[in-house]
Design a protein around this ligand. Structure first.
Ligand SMILES: C[S@@+](CC[C@H](N)C(=O)[O-])C[C@H]1O[C@@H](n2cnc3c(N)ncnc32)[C@H](O)[C@@H]1O
Length: 161
C-alpha cells in the first residue's frame, strides 16, 4: 500500500472512530481528552462532534492551524508523561472519551511512550469510557473492542475503560 493510501486510511479511521465513539458515549456525562494536538485536525473534529463537552488537549507545543488552537484553560502544555498527572490532580476521574494520536514513524519510541502513558491515562477515565488510539495501549483493566467497519483491525485501537 502506498504511503498516500496509508495516510488516507489513517485519517478515515480517526474520523470513523470518533464518530463511532459519539454513539457509544451519548447520554453519558464526562469530558474529552485529546492527546496530541498536532495540526489540530482531530481536535477540530472532536469539537464539531461534541459541541457541548469540555475538551482538554495535551501536547508539548502548540503548532496547530491558527483556527485550531484551544484556549489556555483547555491546553496542557508539556511532556505528556508530566501533564497527565497534572490533569488528574486538576480534573480527577471525569473523562468519558480519550483520543490519543502521539505516534511517530519510530515504532520503538511509540511502544515505549504508549507503555508510559497507559497507566497515567487510566485514572482519568470514567468506567465505561472509551479510549481511541493510534498505538496499542494494553491495560489489564481495559477491554479492547473491534474497530467499526471498514477499519481494518490494527489500524486504530479502541478500548472500553
Ligand atoms: C501525529 S501528531 C497529532 C496530530 C493530530 N491528532 C491532528 O489531527 O492534527 C502527534 C503530536 O503528539 C505530540 N507528542 C508526541 N509525543 C509527545 C509527548 N511525549 N508529550 C507531549 N506531546 C507529544 C507531538 O508534539 C505532535 O504534535
Amino acid at each position: 500500500m502506498s504511503r498516500l493510501e496509508s495516510a488516507i486510511r489513517r485519517l478515515e479511521a480517526q474520523r470513523d472512530c470518533i464518530n463511532w465513539a459519539a454513539g457509544r458515549v451519548a447520554g453519558k456525562t464526562g469530558h474529552i481528552l485529546e492527546l496530541g494536538l498536532g495540526n489540530g485536525r482531530t481536535w477540530d473534529h472532536l469539537r464539531e462532534t461534541f459541541p457541548d463537552r469540555e475538551i482538554y488537549v495535551f501536547d508539548r507545543q502548540v503548532a496547530a492551524h491558527p483556527d485550531c488552537v484551544p484556549d489556555d484553560n483547555h491546553m496542557f502544555l508539556g511532556d505528556i508523561t508530566e501533564t497527565l498527572p497534572r490533569a488528574l490532580a486538576r480534573l480527577g476521574r471525569n473523562a468519558i472519551l480519550a483520543h490519543s494520536d502521539i505516534g511517530t514513524g519510530d515504532s520503538a519510541r511509540n511502544q515505549k511512550l504508549a507503555a508510559m502513558i497507559t497507566p497515567l491515562l487510566a485514572p482519568l477515565m470514567l468506567p465505561g469510557g472509551v479510549v481511541l488510539s493510534d498505538q496499542p495501549l494494553p491495560l489489564a483493566e481495559w477491554t479492547e473492542l473491534s474497530p467499526p467497519p471498514p477499519i481494518q483491525p490494527g489500524r486504530y485501537h479502541i478500548y472500553s475503560a
